[in-house]
Every structure is written in structure tokens, then in C-alpha cells.
Design a protein around this ligand. Structure first.
Ligand code: C5P
Length: 405
């Protein structure tokens, strides 16, 4: 299942990072959630309440004692309405007020009254963040199981460098997925490979497979949001690491094999979404091959040798571990996939038709067939890679129920 739409109360306090809040609202809405905002008077100096009202289609609550605001939805009903409360940006001041239960304004009162989980995205000057008072407040809040995302390290609006940057909206949204996810994969440890491998020819050149890594990264993100532990072995890709995922970067198929075998012992589910190069140059020249050193008539001949098939190797001794493979096919997709699953020996094969412009490499959508060793074929129509990932995981969960650890 993809995530159920939920009700999110976004509370905003007074920091410059509040300029990112409209984008955060949009991203939460794109996930299907209903968003309402409550802001402090200091936040209203950084982000226009009217912008948030237009985006959310709801009154932006600010004043605890305004009869018309309270008449529409009083602050206790607002606190009860939320399935999740986010504080972004969270200033040092609101962390202090939260940790000591101070409720002199609407945001403070809502944070005290809500029974919903709270996610805090701090943003402040590095010295304010490192101050013992802030750190002591954080300790209290951690002990009360308040959730945090960020802050990141970098250039701060105040001119200092260091810890204190608010997490980016996509990182906050990823954390929301984790908090509101189904938890149906708690206890499982995933090992997922993604991206293409790069097989070196010399110091600067390589042979690679076309792959953006998007499908494998979407699977990693989806598995974390269902409560699984995830190790993502990433080949060539420019994608950022999904929140909560352990990532190991590799280049060649041989490196990928080494990491996969080293991590295999702790994995209960393996998904091999990587586009592994089937061949590598037999010799890797240490230095760059100089064009001038070659005879232009003869050209350059590369001898390629076969890479080990990691999927087949781990499937051969999988025991109670579930192993899922991928297949990129350009013709006869289903028949090729049925042959391939027998050859590879995995529990499920996800086959996609790379001849379609809207599926496969480098696009955000995909359409796949799920194929099992006993010949069952399920078509998943064109959907976003995130939705495809959710459907693959639904199927993995079903297989896990049939084949428990
Ligand atoms: O044989 P083919 O490359 O089509 O198989 C694709 C599946 O096998 C993918 O799951 C891919 O990650 C895996 N594979 C592998 N090692 C290779 C080649 C492919 O694990 N050398």
C-alpha cells in the first residue's frame, strides 16, 4: 500500500528558514496529506500567513485569544485534529519552551496539548545550537520521544558556518514517511543494490550501464518508511541518500559483489535493482591510454571478460532469505523474464520494458511485471517509481508471509 493521506499540522517559529515552509507545504500535499499551519508572531515576520493560507486553503492559526480564529477551530481541537505535528523551522526558543512545557502562545499550547507524534526541524545559529542550554533541552525532548530531522551543517544565514541549517523540505518529507509509515517491515533487514556499475578501462575511462538508480533508491526509501533497516549499495548515481538508509558506494561489479557478500549475513531480504555490467575490460590500465600511442588504423581493441552474476550467486544459497531480481528487457518481456527467473533462481523478478519511453531508465515513472518462479505474472501499470516501489514491497511482504524467516 502507498501511504494513507494524513492530517499534518505544520507549526512555524521565527527563523529565516521559514522561507522554505511554503515549499514544505507543497511537498507534503503532493504526498496526499492535508496540511494546516499554525505560526508564532515571530514566524509571521519571515513568511506571509496569507501565502500559507492560500496554499493550505485553511485559516493560519496564530493568536490564542482571537475569538474568530478560536471559533473556527479552537487550539485543542487543532491539536487533536493532527495525526502528526511538525515544527519547522524550530528555533532555540521553541525548543526551550517545548522542553519546559510553556504554553503562552498558540504554538506552545498546541505542542503541549497534542497527543500526535511531533517532528522537529531545528534551525539556528551554530553557537545557539551548541549552547549547553539548547543541548540540555534537546536531551529532554529526545527522552520524551520527540522526533528530530537535521539540522544540517553548512553556511548559515547569520554568516557563521556549522551545524544549524534546517533540513531541506525533501528530508523532512522523508522523515514524515518514516513516522507515518505502516511499520509492516519492522524486524527485516534489506540489502538493496541500485545504479549502474562502472568498469574501468584506464585511469579516466570506463564502461557503464545506463541506470539512474531511481528505482532502487525508491525501494530503499519505501522499506525504511515501513520500519525496515536498509543497506543500499549504490553504483554510479547522482541521487541523494534517502533518510535513515545506510549507503555504501561502489563502482565496479567486482566491488559491488564484495560489498554485497560482506553485508549478506545480516540481510533477510535482498533486492538487486542495480544494472550490473555483464562484462569488464580484462586489463585496467593504471595510466590514461594516450591517443597518440595508438595506431589510428588499428584503433583500440578491448578484451572484455564476464563479471560474476551476483544475483545468481546469492540466490544459489539463499535459505530463508528472500531474493528479488530485476530484468530490463527490450522485447518479449514476460517470456524473457520467465526464463530469467529460472536461470537466476530468485524468489521474484521485476521485469520492465525498456523500449517504452515512459518506463525504465532515467524517468520517474515505470511499468513492470512481477514474475514468480512458478510462472505467475502480475502487471503493474504505469505509475511513479515510488508507487511501483510500494507495490513491489506489498508483494515482498506477501512472499515473506508465505516464506517466513
Ligand atoms: O542478466 P541480467 O543482467 O538481465 O539480470 C539482471 C538482474 O541480475 C538484476 O537484478 C541485476 O542486479 C542482477 N545482476 C547481477 N550480476 C550481474 C548481472 C546482473 O547481480 N553480473
Amino acid at each position: 500500500m502507498t501511504m494513507e493521506p494524513r492530517r499534518i499540522l505544520l507549526t512555524v517559529t521565527g527563523g529565516i528558514a521559514a522561507y522554505k515552509v511554503p515549499e514544505l507545504v507543497r511537498q507534503l500535499q503532493r504526498e496526499g496529506h492535508e496540511v494546516r499551519c499554525a505560526i508564532t508572531s515571530a514566524a509571521a515576520r519571515f513568511v506571509a500567513p496569507l501565502s500559507l493560507q492560500v496554499l493550505t486553503g485553511a485559516t493560519v492559526r496564530q493568536d490564542l485569544f482571537d475569538p474568530s480564529e478560536e471559533g473556527e477551530i479552537d487550539h485543542i481541537r487543532l491539536a487533536d485534529w493532527a495525526d502528526l505535528v511538525i515544527v519547522a523551522p524550530a528555533t532555540a526558543n521553541v525548543l526551550g519552551r517545548m522542553s519546559h512545557g510553556l504554553a503562552e502562545d498558540l504554538v506552545g499550547a498546541v505542542l503541549l496539548a497534542t497527543q500526535a507524534p511531533i517532528l522537529v526541524a531545528p534551525a539556528m545559529n551554530v553557537n545557539m545550537w551548541n549552547h549547553p542550554a539548547t543541548q540540555a533541552n534537546l536531551e529532554l525532548l529526545h527522552a520524551r520521544e520527540v522526533n528530530f530531522v537535521g539540522p544540517g551543517v553548512g553556511e548559515l544565514a547569520c554568516g557563521w558556518e556549522g551545524e544549524g541549517r534546517m533540513a531541506e523540505p525533501e528530508q523532512i518529507v522523508a522523515q514524515v514517511r518514516v513516522l507515518l509509515g505502516s511499520k509492516s517491515l519492522v524486524g527485516e533487514t534489506f540489502l538493496i543494490t541500485a545504479g549502474g556499475t562502472s568498469e574501468p578501462i584506464d585511469a579516466v575511462r570506463s564502461i557503464t550501464n545506463r541506470s539512474s538508480g531511481k528505482m532502487g533508491f525508491a525501494l530503499a526509501e519505501a522499506a525504511v518508511s515501513r520500519g525496515a533497516k536498509v543497506c543500499l549499495v549504490a553504483g554510479v548515481t547522482a541521487l541523494p541518500t534517502p533518510a535513515g538508509v545506510e549507503r555504501v558506494d561502489v563502482e565496479s561489479a567486482l566491488e559491488m559483489r564484495d560489498v554485497v557478500l560482506a553485508k549478506l549475513g545480516s540481510a533477510s531480504i535482498v533486492i538487486k535493482a542495480a544494472a550490473v555490467a555483464d562484462f569488464r575490460p580484462e586489463v585496467r590500465e593504471e595510466k590514461k591510454i594516450k591517443k597518440e600511442s595508438l595506431d589510428p588504423q588499428a584503433g583500440l581493441t578491448l578484451r572484455l571478460v564476464e563479471n560474476p552474476d551476483i544475483l545468481a550467486e546469492i540466490s544459489a544459497s539463499k535459505g530463508s532469505r528472500l531474493v528479488v531480481g530485476f530484468a530490463a528487457e527490450s522485447e518479449d518481456v514476460v517470456q524473457s523474464a520467465l526464463r530469467k527467473i529460472k536461470k537466476k533462481g530468485c524468489d521474484l523478478l521485476v521485469a520492465n520494458d525498456i523500449s517504452r519511453a515512459d518506463a525504465g531508465f532515467n524517468v520517474d515513472t515505470n511499468s513492470v511485471y512481477l514474475v514468480t518462479p512458478d510462472g505467475e505474472v502480475e502487471e503493474i501499470p504505469l505509475l511513479s517509481k515510488r508507487e511501483i516501489a510500494a507495490q513491489i514491497l506489498d508483494r515482498v511482504e506477501k512472499l515473506r508471509n508465505e516464506k517466513p524467516c
